[in-house]
Design a binder for this molecule. Sequence first.
Ligand code: NAP
Length: 219
Amino acid sequence: MRVLIIGGSGRTGQLVIDVLLQRNHSVTALVRDPSKMSTKTGLQTVAGTPTKQEDMRAVFSTSRPEVVIVTLSAPRATDSPFAAVVSPPRLMADSVANVVTITKEFQNPKIVIMQAFGVAESWANMGCVMQLLMKKSNVIYQYNDHNLVTEETKKSGENYVFVRPNRLVEGDALKVKEWANDGKGVPMLGTISRGSVAKFLVDAAESSTWDRTAPVITN
Ligand SMILES: NC(=O)c1ccc[n+]([C@@H]2O[C@H](COP(=O)([O-])OP(=O)(O)OC[C@H]3O[C@@H](n4cnc5c(N)ncnc54)[C@H](OP(=O)(O)O)[C@@H]3O)[C@@H](O)[C@H]2O)c1
């Protein structure tokens, strides 16, 4: 498969690239700074910014993706939930809106997007302690951006999978437990390794099993 990854320089994005290459897919990564990326057989790195429509069109023209995987994050100054927001408010929404617009000019590839437990219909089952933490910290800005992506992508009619991991921990791929789109029953302190998320994103890219769904995943 020809796969375009947006956010491939990130912690999860790099693991996704490795899984894709292990499975012999042809991978193109659109990244702001290609010098951050290691050279790998089967990986083409293209310099560009996902919020710029002309950069998105250029990378689609050269790579002709059958699937697009998005592992962007709207960053804060540090990983602390209270750290200052250093991202434009619609970083992910504008980037995915560009994917959707350009997708319609090409072969309508499927879009697989990494989100988080608590986004959209899974908010109600997060538990009030976590909801309060989100609302009182700067994590809410990231959730607002993910919520816009959800709403706008669904409205576009494109084929999508929203993958919603619970709290991320570093580690290799382990057995994944899948929950319904609303995340009912997900344990508050549940975690998932980045390796597991990377593998699940690639599984969702390869198979139609999760098309137009938003599974919440934990280990
Ligand atoms: N932390 C958790 O417990 C948790 C739990 C569930 C889900 N998630 C979700 O996981 C997702 C990915 O997280 P991660 O930790 O893998 O991300 P990460 O390592 O912080 O990587 C973020 C990616 O976004 C890109 N990016 C950031 N700002 C950008 C901008 N202004 N323009 C263009 N690209 C930009 C980065 O590119 P550069 O390298 O160019 O900066 C990088 O490729 C997030 O959406 C998050 O909501 C997190």
